[in-house]
Design a binder for this molecule. Sequence first.
Ligand code: 13P
Length: 261
Amino acid sequence: MTDAYPRKKFIAGNWKMHKTRGDVETFFQTFNRLISESGGFSQIAERYDVAFGVPATLFETCEQGVKSTGVRILAQNCHWEAQGAFTGELSVPMLKDAGVHGAIIGHSERRQYNGETNEAVGKKWQALSRGGLLPVICIGESRSEREAGKTEEVLSVQLRETLSQVSKDSLGHDFVIAYEPVWAIGTGLTATPDQAEAAHVFIRRELAELTSKACSEAVRIIYGGSMNPSNARELLGCPNIDGGLIGGASLKAEDFVRILL
Ligand code: 13P
């Protein structure tokens, strides 16, 4: 690679289980005003792909809100089957029909509270790729795993087991890996740029082995865990940090826009 930053950065909000439709209208009024006051969305789009992962009840209102910008809407989960007796689930064709661009899968909160396994995450990845939607796959170690010196082992197992469900064909479609150390999520503790960069380099190296060198160099590996307007610039300045997945600081339009500007 000759260019140190060959990959366009991907910045996504993850709203988790927050906001009603009324909140969303207010959010995008402010978001769109701030963006237009700062010179319009096109200059942001030159540097970043921007997205919001939102609850399914908000897809339509969000799509209205981001109309005429290049901002994409993501789901926060999906099922791997196209249809069937799976009460409470949403399939990839349904998400496509609702106009979303992709889905965040394997978030640590879903692993923790919904028993999501690497195998299930891999099946979701496969279904999203097959369906033409963008998978944003979250991986990351817990505090005790980091303290026990097992970060790389955990990341490696997560990648290996997840990828065992993904066909070579599907790896030809775009995907994003989100490195989210569980100890940094919603805690105000952020991985230092050095810690995050080291994890991203490791993930890229593993991906080179598990997929191909070309795939590992093209894939965007983004960081999540207490990213905010004060620490984003430094994290995003690291050569292997290709963007951010932002929880708390994406809920307020002012904060999220400050990260983008
Ligand atoms: P916080 O930015 O609130 O730590 O959340 C990160 C996250 O979980 C993004 O998916």
